[in-house]
Design a protein around this ligand. Structure first.
Ligand SMILES: C[S@@+](CC[C@H](N)C(=O)[O-])C[C@H]1O[C@@H](n2cnc3c(N)ncnc32)[C@H](O)[C@@H]1O
Length: 240
């Protein structure tokens, strides 16, 4: 059998940005419906893993509609910068932040997480949820995050994965390949984003490979754990 090829999709910013611009209006509705709200538990745990304290500076890379940024602002009196390529995702983010209990704690900027405008060591911690899979230059992203973190700063990465247990994996793959795009079409009104979601998850590297990539780019991996039968995975890394 031919070896599986991974990370073959075109994820250059000029492809990704319009894709998420088209998805922005229905992104949250689709997320909540497809994950049966479990994504909010994963997000809360991911932010908690950073152990954010009052007064700290946090970077939320690929912030999208700001669920993680707003959660960080809820957990501590910190300052969160959310960066994303897509202006339409950021439009939703700013609207949600304005309605949140702590709107002054978050600000947003449009930009590429692999080339941010921040000085070396600007942030206490960083995070990226469901973003790393969409970034063309993953090594560039890790190097840039290492640069903007203070020594001892944590980087939490939340990303989809595929269950390892054979039966659960088969059931999940059936759901993911056949059912998910249909639900997506009903909930969000279009199938295209959910074909992208399906293909990008199937194409993405498994946890062991991502762990190795995190280490190779200069981080110390301090936690790697699956959530919900392994359909999602949390990695926590630290800048030495
Ligand atoms: C699936 S969404 C995740 C959004 C959010 N973090 C969440 O948990 O819902 C992926 C986001 O990554 C952004 N993105 C992809 N590549 C990026 C890059 N190189 N720099 C910044 N944002 C990027 C997209 O614009 C999109 O908003």
């Amino acid at each position: 059998m031919a070896p599986e090829k991974k990370n073959q999709m075109d994820k250059r910013p000029k492809v990704i940005r319009p894709l998420f611009n088209r998805m922005a209006a229905t992104y949250d509705r689709g997320n909540r419906a497809l994950s049966l709200l479990i994504d909010q538990i994963w997000r809360r745990r991911t932010v908690s893993a950073l152990g954010i304290r009052d007064g700290q500076y946090i970077l939320d890379i690929a912030t999208g509609t700001a669920d993680m940024a707003i959660e960080a602002a809820r957990q501590a009196d910190c300052r969160v910068a959310g960066i994303d390529l897509s202006e339409e995702m950021l439009r939703v983010a700013r609207g949600k932040n304005a309605q949140s209990p702590f709107p002054g704690r978050c600000f947003f900027l449009q930009g590429d997480g692999t080339r941010t405008p921040f000085r070396d060591g600007s942030f206490n911690h960083a995070m990226i949820s469901f973003g790393v899979r969409n970034v063309q230059d993953m090594d560039g992203l890790f190097r840039e995050t290492l640069r903007i973190l203070k020594p001892g700063g944590r980087f939490a990465i939340l990303e989809f994965s595929l269950p390892e247990a054979p039966v659960i994996r088969q059931v999940y793959l059936f759901y993911f390949k056949r059912v998910l795009p249909l639900i997506g079409a009903v909930v969000a009104g279009r199938k295209e984003p959910y074909f992208y979601l399906r293909d990008s998850v199937l194409d993405f590297e498994p946890p062991r490979a991502l762990e190795e990539r995190i280490r190779r780019n200069g981080f110390r991996l301090i936690l790697s754990r699956p959530f919900t039968f392994g359909i999602c995975h949390l990695y926590v890394a630290e800048k030495p």
